[in-house]
Design a protein around this ligand. Structure first.
Ligand code: FRU
Length: 541
Protein backbone atom coordinates (compact mmCIF):
# COMPACT_ATOMS: atom_id res chain seq x y z
CA UNK A 1 0.00 0.00 0.00
CA UNK A 2 2.73 2.38 1.16
CA UNK A 3 4.80 1.36 -1.87
CA UNK A 4 1.88 2.15 -4.13
CA UNK A 5 1.51 5.60 -2.59
CA UNK A 6 5.20 6.32 -3.11
CA UNK A 7 4.91 5.07 -6.68
CA UNK A 8 1.94 7.37 -7.23
CA UNK A 9 3.81 10.33 -5.73
CA UNK A 10 6.82 9.62 -7.90
CA UNK A 11 4.63 9.33 -10.97
CA UNK A 12 3.05 12.69 -10.15
CA UNK A 13 6.47 14.29 -9.64
CA UNK A 14 7.59 12.68 -12.88
CA UNK A 15 4.57 13.93 -14.75
CA UNK A 16 5.02 17.41 -13.30
CA UNK A 17 8.62 17.36 -14.43
CA UNK A 18 7.60 16.27 -17.90
CA UNK A 19 4.99 19.02 -18.08
CA UNK A 20 7.22 21.71 -16.64
CA UNK A 21 9.97 20.57 -19.02
CA UNK A 22 7.48 20.90 -21.83
CA UNK A 23 6.68 24.35 -20.50
CA UNK A 24 10.36 25.14 -20.33
CA UNK A 25 10.77 23.85 -23.82
CA UNK A 26 8.00 26.09 -25.09
CA UNK A 27 9.31 29.08 -23.18
CA UNK A 28 12.81 28.15 -24.27
CA UNK A 29 11.74 28.18 -27.90
CA UNK A 30 10.23 31.59 -27.61
CA UNK A 31 13.23 32.99 -25.78
CA UNK A 32 15.75 31.58 -28.20
CA UNK A 33 13.72 32.89 -31.13
CA UNK A 34 13.72 36.26 -29.38
CA UNK A 35 17.52 36.17 -29.36
CA UNK A 36 17.68 35.10 -32.97
CA UNK A 37 16.08 38.36 -33.94
CA UNK A 38 19.40 40.16 -33.45
CA UNK A 39 20.96 38.02 -36.16
CA UNK A 40 18.51 38.91 -38.85
CA UNK A 41 18.28 36.77 -41.86
CA UNK A 42 17.12 38.60 -44.94
CA UNK A 43 13.51 37.51 -44.63
CA UNK A 44 13.29 38.76 -41.05
CA UNK A 45 15.02 41.93 -42.04
CA UNK A 46 13.03 42.60 -45.16
CA UNK A 47 9.54 41.35 -44.33
CA UNK A 48 8.97 40.84 -40.57
CA UNK A 49 6.59 43.72 -39.76
CA UNK A 50 7.70 46.41 -37.33
CA UNK A 51 4.33 47.02 -35.69
CA UNK A 52 1.91 44.36 -36.91
CA UNK A 53 1.45 41.04 -35.16
CA UNK A 54 2.92 37.95 -36.83
CA UNK A 55 3.52 34.54 -35.26
CA UNK A 56 7.23 33.82 -34.81
CA UNK A 57 6.89 30.62 -36.79
CA UNK A 58 4.18 29.07 -38.93
CA UNK A 59 0.90 29.83 -40.56
CA UNK A 60 -1.72 32.29 -39.23
CA UNK A 61 -5.19 33.33 -40.40
CA UNK A 62 -8.24 34.79 -38.60
CA UNK A 63 -8.05 36.60 -35.26
CA UNK A 64 -10.04 34.61 -32.68
CA UNK A 65 -11.36 35.03 -29.15
CA UNK A 66 -10.21 38.61 -28.63
CA UNK A 67 -11.12 39.95 -25.19
CA UNK A 68 -9.95 42.43 -22.56
CA UNK A 69 -9.59 41.61 -18.89
CA UNK A 70 -7.59 42.90 -15.96
CA UNK A 71 -5.27 45.17 -17.96
CA UNK A 72 -4.59 42.74 -20.81
CA UNK A 73 -5.93 42.45 -24.33
CA UNK A 74 -5.86 38.89 -25.62
CA UNK A 75 -5.56 37.83 -29.23
CA UNK A 76 -5.94 34.20 -30.26
CA UNK A 77 -5.59 33.26 -33.89
CA UNK A 78 -6.01 30.47 -36.41
CA UNK A 79 -2.58 28.90 -36.38
CA UNK A 80 -0.70 25.98 -37.86
CA UNK A 81 2.61 25.97 -35.98
CA UNK A 82 4.15 23.08 -37.95
CA UNK A 83 3.89 24.53 -41.42
CA UNK A 84 3.71 27.76 -43.37
CA UNK A 85 0.52 26.92 -45.22
CA UNK A 86 -2.99 26.39 -43.82
CA UNK A 87 -3.20 23.06 -41.96
CA UNK A 88 -4.69 21.49 -38.82
CA UNK A 89 -5.92 24.52 -36.95
CA UNK A 90 -4.85 25.45 -33.43
CA UNK A 91 -5.54 28.65 -31.52
CA UNK A 92 -2.27 30.56 -31.16
CA UNK A 93 -2.16 33.22 -28.46
CA UNK A 94 -0.63 36.63 -27.82
CA UNK A 95 -1.40 39.38 -25.33
CA UNK A 96 -0.84 43.08 -25.05
CA UNK A 97 -1.45 45.92 -22.62
CA UNK A 98 -2.32 48.36 -25.40
CA UNK A 99 -3.33 46.43 -28.57
CA UNK A 100 -0.12 47.67 -30.26
CA UNK A 101 2.77 45.65 -28.85
CA UNK A 102 1.89 41.95 -28.72
CA UNK A 103 3.73 39.19 -26.89
CA UNK A 104 3.33 35.69 -28.26
CA UNK A 105 2.35 32.98 -25.75
CA UNK A 106 2.25 29.19 -25.85
CA UNK A 107 -0.50 27.72 -28.00
CA UNK A 108 -3.92 27.94 -26.32
CA UNK A 109 -5.97 25.21 -28.03
CA UNK A 110 -4.77 22.12 -29.90
CA UNK A 111 -6.79 20.08 -32.39
CA UNK A 112 -8.02 16.71 -31.04
CA UNK A 113 -10.00 13.66 -32.09
CA UNK A 114 -13.11 15.83 -32.63
CA UNK A 115 -11.32 17.93 -35.20
CA UNK A 116 -9.47 21.14 -35.94
CA UNK A 117 -10.12 24.22 -33.81
CA UNK A 118 -11.70 26.72 -36.20
CA UNK A 119 -12.53 30.37 -35.54
CA UNK A 120 -14.56 31.59 -32.58
CA UNK A 121 -14.72 34.05 -29.73
CA UNK A 122 -14.15 34.39 -25.99
CA UNK A 123 -16.14 36.11 -23.26
CA UNK A 124 -15.46 37.07 -19.67
CA UNK A 125 -18.11 35.28 -17.59
CA UNK A 126 -18.20 37.84 -14.77
CA UNK A 127 -21.20 36.30 -12.99
CA UNK A 128 -20.00 32.71 -13.46
CA UNK A 129 -23.18 31.84 -15.38
CA UNK A 130 -21.35 28.84 -16.81
CA UNK A 131 -20.45 27.45 -13.40
CA UNK A 132 -16.87 26.85 -14.58
CA UNK A 133 -15.52 29.45 -12.14
CA UNK A 134 -14.02 28.37 -8.87
CA UNK A 135 -13.64 30.57 -5.82
CA UNK A 136 -13.11 34.16 -6.86
CA UNK A 137 -11.55 33.24 -10.20
CA UNK A 138 -13.61 34.69 -13.07
CA UNK A 139 -13.84 32.13 -15.89
CA UNK A 140 -13.14 33.08 -19.48
CA UNK A 141 -15.16 31.00 -21.93
CA UNK A 142 -14.06 30.39 -25.49
CA UNK A 143 -16.55 29.17 -28.07
CA UNK A 144 -15.10 27.73 -31.26
CA UNK A 145 -15.97 25.48 -34.17
CA UNK A 146 -14.82 21.89 -34.36
CA UNK A 147 -14.08 21.05 -37.99
CA UNK A 148 -13.78 17.31 -38.47
CA UNK A 149 -11.40 16.66 -41.38
CA UNK A 150 -12.44 12.99 -41.64
CA UNK A 151 -16.08 13.93 -42.11
CA UNK A 152 -15.02 16.61 -44.60
CA UNK A 153 -13.05 14.02 -46.54
CA UNK A 154 -16.10 11.76 -46.60
CA UNK A 155 -18.15 14.64 -48.01
CA UNK A 156 -20.53 14.63 -45.08
CA UNK A 157 -22.73 17.55 -44.13
CA UNK A 158 -22.15 17.39 -40.36
CA UNK A 159 -18.50 18.45 -40.52
CA UNK A 160 -18.77 21.45 -38.21
CA UNK A 161 -20.17 21.82 -34.69
CA UNK A 162 -19.73 24.34 -31.86
CA UNK A 163 -17.79 23.68 -28.70
CA UNK A 164 -16.54 25.51 -25.62
CA UNK A 165 -13.43 25.63 -23.46
CA UNK A 166 -12.78 27.55 -20.25
CA UNK A 167 -9.80 29.26 -18.69
CA UNK A 168 -9.37 29.87 -14.97
CA UNK A 169 -6.12 31.81 -15.33
CA UNK A 170 -7.29 34.79 -17.38
CA UNK A 171 -6.80 33.20 -20.78
CA UNK A 172 -3.37 31.56 -20.43
CA UNK A 173 -4.42 27.91 -20.31
CA UNK A 174 -7.65 26.26 -21.35
CA UNK A 175 -9.69 23.17 -20.57
CA UNK A 176 -12.10 21.86 -23.18
CA UNK A 177 -15.61 21.16 -21.87
CA UNK A 178 -16.16 17.42 -21.36
CA UNK A 179 -19.61 17.48 -22.98
CA UNK A 180 -18.66 19.10 -26.27
CA UNK A 181 -20.09 19.82 -28.76
CA UNK A 182 -22.60 22.25 -27.28
CA UNK A 183 -24.32 22.77 -30.66
CA UNK A 184 -24.52 19.83 -33.03
CA UNK A 185 -24.47 20.36 -36.75
CA UNK A 186 -28.05 20.91 -38.01
CA UNK A 187 -27.28 19.60 -41.52
CA UNK A 188 -25.46 22.65 -42.90
CA UNK A 189 -22.03 22.03 -44.40
CA UNK A 190 -20.53 25.44 -43.51
CA UNK A 191 -21.65 26.10 -39.94
CA UNK A 192 -19.01 27.99 -38.03
CA UNK A 193 -17.28 30.92 -36.35
CA UNK A 194 -19.44 31.58 -33.25
CA UNK A 195 -19.19 35.10 -31.82
CA UNK A 196 -20.72 35.46 -28.36
CA UNK A 197 -21.76 38.58 -26.46
CA UNK A 198 -23.66 39.33 -23.25
CA UNK A 199 -26.92 41.17 -23.82
CA UNK A 200 -27.45 43.48 -20.87
CA UNK A 201 -30.99 44.34 -22.00
CA UNK A 202 -32.17 40.75 -22.29
CA UNK A 203 -29.88 39.25 -19.63
CA UNK A 204 -28.64 36.37 -21.72
CA UNK A 205 -25.73 35.36 -23.88
CA UNK A 206 -26.29 35.81 -27.60
CA UNK A 207 -24.22 34.08 -30.26
CA UNK A 208 -24.05 34.68 -33.99
CA UNK A 209 -22.48 32.24 -36.41
CA UNK A 210 -22.13 31.79 -40.15
CA UNK A 211 -24.26 29.16 -41.88
CA UNK A 212 -23.36 28.85 -45.55
CA UNK A 213 -24.37 32.26 -46.92
CA UNK A 214 -26.44 33.53 -44.02
CA UNK A 215 -26.00 34.02 -40.28
CA UNK A 216 -27.88 32.40 -37.38
CA UNK A 217 -28.43 33.79 -33.88
CA UNK A 218 -28.64 31.65 -30.74
CA UNK A 219 -29.05 32.45 -27.05
CA UNK A 220 -28.06 30.82 -23.79
CA UNK A 221 -28.19 31.44 -20.04
CA UNK A 222 -25.11 29.36 -19.21
CA UNK A 223 -22.99 29.19 -22.41
CA UNK A 224 -23.59 25.42 -22.51
CA UNK A 225 -27.25 25.11 -23.60
CA UNK A 226 -28.12 27.03 -26.73
CA UNK A 227 -31.41 27.82 -28.40
CA UNK A 228 -31.88 29.03 -31.98
CA UNK A 229 -33.30 32.58 -32.16
CA UNK A 230 -33.35 33.67 -35.79
CA UNK A 231 -31.41 33.98 -39.00
CA UNK A 232 -30.42 36.82 -41.30
CA UNK A 233 -29.44 36.84 -44.95
CA UNK A 234 -31.24 33.57 -45.71
CA UNK A 235 -34.24 32.71 -47.91
CA UNK A 236 -36.48 35.66 -47.13
CA UNK A 237 -33.80 38.25 -47.75
CA UNK A 238 -31.21 36.59 -49.91
CA UNK A 239 -31.22 39.65 -52.17
CA UNK A 240 -29.66 41.58 -49.26
CA UNK A 241 -25.93 41.91 -49.12
CA UNK A 242 -23.37 40.11 -51.19
CA UNK A 243 -23.66 36.34 -51.64
CA UNK A 244 -20.83 35.68 -54.08
CA UNK A 245 -19.20 33.30 -51.62
CA UNK A 246 -19.54 31.66 -48.25
CA UNK A 247 -20.32 33.92 -45.25
CA UNK A 248 -17.78 33.66 -42.45
CA UNK A 249 -16.80 35.18 -39.11
CA UNK A 250 -19.86 37.32 -38.32
CA UNK A 251 -20.03 39.78 -35.43
CA UNK A 252 -22.92 41.76 -33.96
CA UNK A 253 -22.50 44.68 -31.55
CA UNK A 254 -24.05 48.03 -30.59
CA UNK A 255 -22.23 51.32 -31.26
CA UNK A 256 -23.36 54.85 -30.34
CA UNK A 257 -23.90 56.98 -33.45
CA UNK A 258 -21.27 59.69 -33.44
CA UNK A 259 -22.54 63.04 -32.19
CA UNK A 260 -25.97 61.73 -31.14
CA UNK A 261 -27.78 59.93 -28.33
CA UNK A 262 -28.71 57.10 -30.67
CA UNK A 263 -27.22 53.59 -30.69
CA UNK A 264 -27.23 51.31 -33.72
CA UNK A 265 -26.31 47.64 -34.10
CA UNK A 266 -23.57 46.68 -36.51
CA UNK A 267 -23.49 43.28 -38.20
CA UNK A 268 -20.15 42.37 -39.77
CA UNK A 269 -20.02 39.46 -42.20
CA UNK A 270 -16.87 38.35 -43.98
CA UNK A 271 -17.37 36.85 -47.40
CA UNK A 272 -15.07 34.75 -49.54
CA UNK A 273 -15.00 35.18 -52.48
CA UNK A 274 -17.12 38.20 -53.44
CA UNK A 275 -15.06 41.14 -52.12
CA UNK A 276 -15.23 44.47 -54.00
CA UNK A 277 -11.73 43.99 -55.43
CA UNK A 278 -11.76 40.20 -55.59
CA UNK A 279 -11.49 37.40 -53.07
CA UNK A 280 -12.04 37.94 -49.37
CA UNK A 281 -13.59 41.03 -47.77
CA UNK A 282 -15.93 42.11 -44.97
CA UNK A 283 -19.39 43.56 -45.55
CA UNK A 284 -21.49 45.32 -42.91
CA UNK A 285 -25.14 45.96 -42.18
CA UNK A 286 -26.54 48.56 -39.78
CA UNK A 287 -29.79 48.09 -37.89
CA UNK A 288 -31.30 47.05 -34.58
CA UNK A 289 -31.43 43.97 -32.38
CA UNK A 290 -34.57 43.18 -30.37
CA UNK A 291 -33.22 40.30 -28.33
CA UNK A 292 -34.27 37.79 -30.97
CA UNK A 293 -33.42 39.09 -34.38
CA UNK A 294 -31.33 41.64 -36.21
CA UNK A 295 -33.37 43.93 -38.49
CA UNK A 296 -31.71 46.21 -40.95
CA UNK A 297 -32.37 49.91 -40.54
CA UNK A 298 -34.98 50.95 -43.17
CA UNK A 299 -32.90 53.80 -44.58
CA UNK A 300 -29.79 51.65 -44.63
CA UNK A 301 -31.72 48.95 -46.48
CA UNK A 302 -32.98 51.52 -48.99
CA UNK A 303 -29.50 52.85 -49.82
CA UNK A 304 -28.13 49.32 -49.91
CA UNK A 305 -30.77 48.29 -52.43
CA UNK A 306 -29.86 51.33 -54.51
CA UNK A 307 -26.36 49.91 -54.69
CA UNK A 308 -24.54 51.79 -51.94
CA UNK A 309 -21.39 50.05 -50.86
CA UNK A 310 -21.23 48.26 -47.52
CA UNK A 311 -17.57 47.31 -47.16
CA UNK A 312 -15.61 47.77 -43.97
CA UNK A 313 -12.37 47.96 -45.97
CA UNK A 314 -11.88 48.19 -49.73
CA UNK A 315 -8.33 46.88 -49.80
CA UNK A 316 -7.74 43.25 -50.65
CA UNK A 317 -6.12 42.41 -47.33
CA UNK A 318 -8.43 42.77 -44.38
CA UNK A 319 -10.47 39.66 -43.70
CA UNK A 320 -12.30 37.77 -40.94
CA UNK A 321 -11.95 40.64 -38.47
CA UNK A 322 -14.15 40.82 -35.38
CA UNK A 323 -14.34 42.92 -32.22
CA UNK A 324 -12.73 42.58 -28.77
CA UNK A 325 -15.22 41.59 -26.09
CA UNK A 326 -15.55 43.12 -22.61
CA UNK A 327 -14.25 46.55 -23.70
CA UNK A 328 -15.22 49.63 -25.69
CA UNK A 329 -13.45 52.93 -26.29
CA UNK A 330 -14.38 55.88 -24.05
CA UNK A 331 -16.94 56.90 -26.70
CA UNK A 332 -18.42 53.40 -26.91
CA UNK A 333 -16.61 52.48 -30.15
CA UNK A 334 -15.67 48.85 -30.68
CA UNK A 335 -12.06 47.70 -30.98
CA UNK A 336 -11.39 45.47 -33.95
CA UNK A 337 -8.58 43.59 -35.71
CA UNK A 338 -8.58 41.72 -39.01
CA UNK A 339 -6.34 39.25 -40.79
CA UNK A 340 -4.14 41.09 -43.30
CA UNK A 341 -4.40 38.69 -46.21
CA UNK A 342 -6.78 37.24 -48.79
CA UNK A 343 -7.63 33.60 -49.47
CA UNK A 344 -6.79 34.25 -53.16
CA UNK A 345 -3.07 34.11 -52.34
CA UNK A 346 -2.59 33.81 -48.57
CA UNK A 347 -0.82 30.45 -48.91
CA UNK A 348 1.62 31.77 -51.51
CA UNK A 349 2.87 35.09 -50.16
CA UNK A 350 6.68 35.22 -50.26
CA UNK A 351 7.60 34.53 -46.63
CA UNK A 352 8.74 31.15 -45.36
CA UNK A 353 9.23 31.29 -41.58
CA UNK A 354 5.77 32.71 -40.90
CA UNK A 355 2.84 33.57 -43.11
CA UNK A 356 0.67 36.65 -42.69
CA UNK A 357 0.08 39.43 -40.19
CA UNK A 358 -2.88 41.09 -38.46
CA UNK A 359 -4.07 44.64 -39.20
CA UNK A 360 -3.43 47.26 -36.54
CA UNK A 361 -6.19 47.41 -33.92
CA UNK A 362 -8.87 49.85 -35.02
CA UNK A 363 -11.85 51.56 -33.49
CA UNK A 364 -15.14 51.09 -35.32
CA UNK A 365 -17.59 53.98 -35.21
CA UNK A 366 -21.05 54.55 -36.68
CA UNK A 367 -21.59 57.87 -38.42
CA UNK A 368 -24.82 59.42 -39.68
CA UNK A 369 -24.90 59.88 -43.45
CA UNK A 370 -28.00 61.81 -44.50
CA UNK A 371 -30.82 59.70 -43.13
CA UNK A 372 -28.74 56.54 -43.22
CA UNK A 373 -25.57 55.36 -41.51
CA UNK A 374 -22.06 54.29 -42.37
CA UNK A 375 -19.17 52.66 -40.60
CA UNK A 376 -15.88 54.42 -40.11
CA UNK A 377 -12.74 52.95 -38.61
CA UNK A 378 -9.46 54.46 -37.46
CA UNK A 379 -6.32 53.11 -35.77
CA UNK A 380 -6.78 52.94 -31.98
CA UNK A 381 -5.55 56.01 -30.04
CA UNK A 382 -3.01 53.81 -28.23
CA UNK A 383 -0.81 53.91 -31.33
CA UNK A 384 -0.24 57.66 -30.81
CA UNK A 385 1.96 56.88 -27.82
CA UNK A 386 4.58 55.39 -30.17
CA UNK A 387 4.64 58.31 -32.61
CA UNK A 388 7.65 60.57 -33.00
CA UNK A 389 7.25 63.47 -35.42
CA UNK A 390 10.07 63.38 -37.98
CA UNK A 391 8.80 65.90 -40.46
CA UNK A 392 5.98 68.43 -40.53
CA UNK A 393 5.21 70.95 -43.20
CA UNK A 394 2.20 73.08 -44.09
CA UNK A 395 1.16 74.46 -47.44
CA UNK A 396 3.08 72.36 -49.92
CA UNK A 397 2.27 73.36 -53.48
CA UNK A 398 2.29 70.28 -55.74
CA UNK A 399 3.63 70.83 -59.24
CA UNK A 400 3.97 67.72 -61.36
CA UNK A 401 5.96 65.24 -59.33
CA UNK A 402 7.13 66.34 -55.90
CA UNK A 403 9.31 64.29 -53.58
CA UNK A 404 7.82 64.63 -50.10
CA UNK A 405 10.10 62.61 -47.92
CA UNK A 406 13.04 60.23 -48.16
CA UNK A 407 14.52 57.58 -45.92
CA UNK A 408 17.03 59.96 -44.34
CA UNK A 409 14.24 62.00 -42.81
CA UNK A 410 12.02 59.12 -41.72
CA UNK A 411 11.88 55.35 -41.88
CA UNK A 412 8.99 54.66 -44.22
CA UNK A 413 8.73 51.06 -43.00
CA UNK A 414 7.42 52.19 -39.62
CA UNK A 415 5.51 55.35 -40.38
CA UNK A 416 2.20 57.02 -39.58
CA UNK A 417 1.65 59.85 -42.03
CA UNK A 418 -1.17 62.38 -41.74
CA UNK A 419 -2.09 64.68 -44.56
CA UNK A 420 -4.77 67.21 -45.46
CA UNK A 421 -5.66 68.32 -48.98
CA UNK A 422 -8.31 70.99 -49.42
CA UNK A 423 -10.42 71.37 -52.57
CA UNK A 424 -9.49 67.91 -53.68
CA UNK A 425 -12.74 66.63 -55.21
CA UNK A 426 -11.92 67.23 -58.89
CA UNK A 427 -8.15 66.89 -58.62
CA UNK A 428 -6.62 63.48 -59.17
CA UNK A 429 -3.34 62.76 -57.44
CA UNK A 430 -1.02 59.82 -56.92
CA UNK A 431 1.30 59.13 -54.02
CA UNK A 432 4.25 56.88 -54.85
CA UNK A 433 6.43 54.90 -52.51
CA UNK A 434 9.60 53.68 -54.19
CA UNK A 435 13.07 52.22 -53.73
CA UNK A 436 16.34 52.33 -55.71
CA UNK A 437 15.56 49.00 -57.38
CA UNK A 438 12.60 50.50 -59.21
CA UNK A 439 9.83 48.88 -57.14
CA UNK A 440 6.94 51.20 -56.49
CA UNK A 441 3.58 51.23 -54.79
CA UNK A 442 1.10 53.87 -55.93
CA UNK A 443 -2.06 55.00 -54.22
CA UNK A 444 -4.22 58.06 -54.37
CA UNK A 445 -7.41 59.60 -55.63
CA UNK A 446 -9.14 59.73 -58.98
CA UNK A 447 -11.19 62.94 -59.31
CA UNK A 448 -13.03 61.80 -62.45
CA UNK A 449 -15.04 59.14 -60.60
CA UNK A 450 -14.38 60.03 -56.95
CA UNK A 451 -12.50 56.89 -56.05
CA UNK A 452 -9.40 56.05 -54.08
CA UNK A 453 -7.03 53.42 -55.39
CA UNK A 454 -3.99 51.27 -54.65
CA UNK A 455 -1.84 49.89 -57.46
CA UNK A 456 0.76 47.31 -56.39
CA UNK A 457 1.53 45.96 -59.88
CA UNK A 458 5.15 47.19 -59.67
CA UNK A 459 5.57 46.81 -55.93
CA UNK A 460 8.27 44.08 -56.02
CA UNK A 461 7.47 40.37 -55.72
CA UNK A 462 4.06 39.92 -57.31
CA UNK A 463 4.36 36.82 -59.48
CA UNK A 464 3.36 34.37 -56.74
CA UNK A 465 -0.30 34.96 -57.64
CA UNK A 466 -2.16 36.03 -60.75
CA UNK A 467 -4.71 38.00 -58.80
CA UNK A 468 -2.34 39.74 -56.40
CA UNK A 469 -1.80 42.74 -58.62
CA UNK A 470 -3.62 42.24 -61.92
CA UNK A 471 -6.03 45.10 -61.12
CA UNK A 472 -5.88 48.32 -59.14
CA UNK A 473 -7.98 48.14 -56.01
CA UNK A 474 -10.67 50.80 -55.90
CA UNK A 475 -12.57 52.29 -52.95
CA UNK A 476 -15.38 54.83 -53.08
CA UNK A 477 -14.91 58.33 -51.75
CA UNK A 478 -17.96 58.94 -49.54
CA UNK A 479 -17.56 61.98 -47.32
CA UNK A 480 -19.39 65.16 -48.28
CA UNK A 481 -16.73 67.79 -47.47
CA UNK A 482 -14.19 69.33 -49.86
CA UNK A 483 -11.28 68.73 -47.56
CA UNK A 484 -9.58 65.35 -47.56
CA UNK A 485 -7.92 64.13 -44.39
CA UNK A 486 -5.87 60.99 -44.63
CA UNK A 487 -3.76 58.71 -42.45
CA UNK A 488 -1.28 56.32 -44.03
CA UNK A 489 0.20 53.54 -41.91
CA UNK A 490 3.29 52.02 -43.47
CA UNK A 491 5.04 48.88 -42.32
CA UNK A 492 7.60 46.79 -44.23
CA UNK A 493 4.91 44.83 -46.08
CA UNK A 494 1.65 46.70 -45.59
CA UNK A 495 -0.19 49.92 -46.18
CA UNK A 496 -3.34 50.91 -44.30
CA UNK A 497 -5.11 53.96 -45.68
CA UNK A 498 -7.75 55.79 -43.65
CA UNK A 499 -9.40 58.47 -45.77
CA UNK A 500 -11.97 61.01 -44.60
CA UNK A 501 -11.74 60.17 -40.88
CA UNK A 502 -11.88 56.46 -41.64
CA UNK A 503 -14.97 56.59 -43.91
CA UNK A 504 -13.04 54.81 -46.66
CA UNK A 505 -10.36 52.37 -45.55
CA UNK A 506 -7.99 50.40 -47.76
CA UNK A 507 -5.55 47.77 -46.46
CA UNK A 508 -3.06 45.98 -48.69
CA UNK A 509 0.16 44.03 -48.42
CA UNK A 510 3.24 44.14 -50.68
CA UNK A 511 6.72 42.61 -50.91
CA UNK A 512 9.37 45.01 -52.28
CA UNK A 513 12.85 43.69 -53.13
CA UNK A 514 14.32 46.31 -50.80
CA UNK A 515 12.56 48.69 -48.41
CA UNK A 516 10.65 51.64 -49.86
CA UNK A 517 12.67 54.77 -49.09
CA UNK A 518 10.99 57.67 -50.81
CA UNK A 519 7.48 59.08 -50.91
CA UNK A 520 6.41 61.41 -53.69
CA UNK A 521 3.13 62.83 -54.90
CA UNK A 522 2.15 63.82 -58.41
CA UNK A 523 -0.80 65.45 -60.11
CA UNK A 524 -1.80 66.99 -63.44
CA UNK A 525 -3.72 69.68 -61.65
CA UNK A 526 -2.26 73.19 -61.34
CA UNK A 527 -3.93 73.88 -58.04
CA UNK A 528 -3.32 70.99 -55.71
CA UNK A 529 -2.20 72.04 -52.29
CA UNK A 530 -1.08 69.82 -49.46
CA UNK A 531 -2.29 71.84 -46.49
CA UNK A 532 -0.43 69.56 -44.12
CA UNK A 533 2.02 66.69 -44.22
CA UNK A 534 3.12 65.15 -40.95
CA UNK A 535 5.38 62.13 -40.94
CA UNK A 536 5.72 60.17 -37.70
CA UNK A 537 7.95 57.22 -37.01
CA UNK A 538 6.50 54.50 -34.83
CA UNK A 539 8.98 53.63 -32.10
CA UNK A 540 8.31 49.98 -31.47
CA UNK A 541 11.23 47.70 -30.81
C1 FRU B 1 -12.12 32.37 -42.42
C2 FRU B 1 -12.19 30.88 -42.11
C3 FRU B 1 -13.24 30.59 -41.06
C4 FRU B 1 -12.76 29.31 -40.46
C5 FRU B 1 -11.26 29.48 -40.50
C6 FRU B 1 -10.50 28.21 -40.73
O1 FRU B 1 -10.90 32.78 -42.93
O2 FRU B 1 -12.43 30.17 -43.29
O3 FRU B 1 -14.55 30.55 -41.56
O4 FRU B 1 -13.24 29.12 -39.16
O5 FRU B 1 -10.98 30.40 -41.53
O6 FRU B 1 -9.14 28.40 -40.55
Amino acid sequence: MKKNKIKLALTIVGLCLVFSCKDQEQKGNIESLDKDESTFNSEEDLYRPNFHFTPKVGWMNDPNGMFYYNGYYHLYYQHYPDGNKWGPMHWGHAFSTDMVEWKEQPIALFPDEMGYIFSGSAVVDLENTSGFGSGSQVPIIAMFTYHDPKKAEANRMDVESQAIAYSLDEGLTWTKYSENPVIENPGIRDFRDPKVFWSQDYEKWVMILAAHDMVMLYSSKDLKNWELLSEFGGDWNREIGTHGGVWECPDLFPVPVEGSEETKWVLLVSINPGGPNGGSATQYFIGDFDGTKFTMDKEFETVLKKGQDHWLDYGKDNYAGVSFSNVTSKDGGKFYMGWMSNWEYANEVPTETWRSAMTVAREIKVIKDGKSYRLASLPVDEIDYYKEVKYKKENIQINGKTVLINGEKANLSRAAINFIISDFKKNSFTFKLFNKLGDELSFGYNGTDNTYFIDRSKSGKTAFSETFSNKKSIGKQTSKGDKLTGTILLDKTSIELFFDEGSTVMTEIFFPNSPFETLSVETDSKELNLDLLEVNELKLK
